[in-house]
Structure formats: C-alpha cells, structure tokens
Design a protein around this ligand. Sequence first.
Ligand SMILES: [Zn+2]
Length: 130
Amino acid sequence: MGEKGPSRRISFILIIMIFVALGLSIAAFFFAADAFVGQDSIQGIYFLMMGIMGFTFLTYMLIQTRKKTVKLLIQPQQVATTILCQKCGFKNIRDFQRGDYILKEAEECPKCNEKMLISSIYREVKEEKG
Ligand SMILES: [Zn+2]
C-alpha cells in the first residue's frame, strides 16, 4: 500500500469504503450491545473494539478527504507564459514571471539563437472535482 499515491478517482471508492466502514461499525456496536445484554462480555468487548476501530478508520478517511479538498482550494492559480520563436516556431511554456507581457522580447531560442517573443499569457485552470 502506497502512502502518498496521487489518485484522482479515489473519491468514489472512498465513499463506498466510508459507507461500508460505517455499516460495519454500527453493526459491531449492535452486536456488542447484544452480547453485553446476553452476559457475554468477552464477545461484547470484541465487537466494541471492532466498532471503535471502524469509527477510527472512518474519522481518518474523512480527515484525509477534507485535507485534500482544502489543499485544492488553497492552491494558487497558475499563470503560464508562452514564448514563441518567430523564426523557427519553437514554442516554450514556462511559469509567468513578473513583468511578462505579450510581444515582450524573451530569452534566446535554444534552436536558432533568435530572440523569442512572448506570444500569450494565460491562466492554467486546473479543475478537479470529485
Ligand atoms: Zn528559433
């Protein structure tokens, strides 16, 4: 099991897992209560432990999901600058730097050493829902 595997389609599986864990935990608590009523304290404790573990897992999962969402919201908007060589058409995309404007002369083209021009500046929209 990878600890920090970047998975984008995890949310659906996560929801199912949360529901399964919730169901099992509630069931475990019911079994525990039933066992305690039936004077079977060992079995009661066993089910109670299962229920607590289930809820711990559930809380952990919810915290993880929330962390991920917060991280996505905090993430600043990325602005990219496209630099184009007028001579050979070489295109380079880099992060926006202060003072960048369209048609501004940029660094030299790595292919033909001609001065390149900034052709466009745009905001990289990264929409990730789920
Ligand atoms: Zn060039």
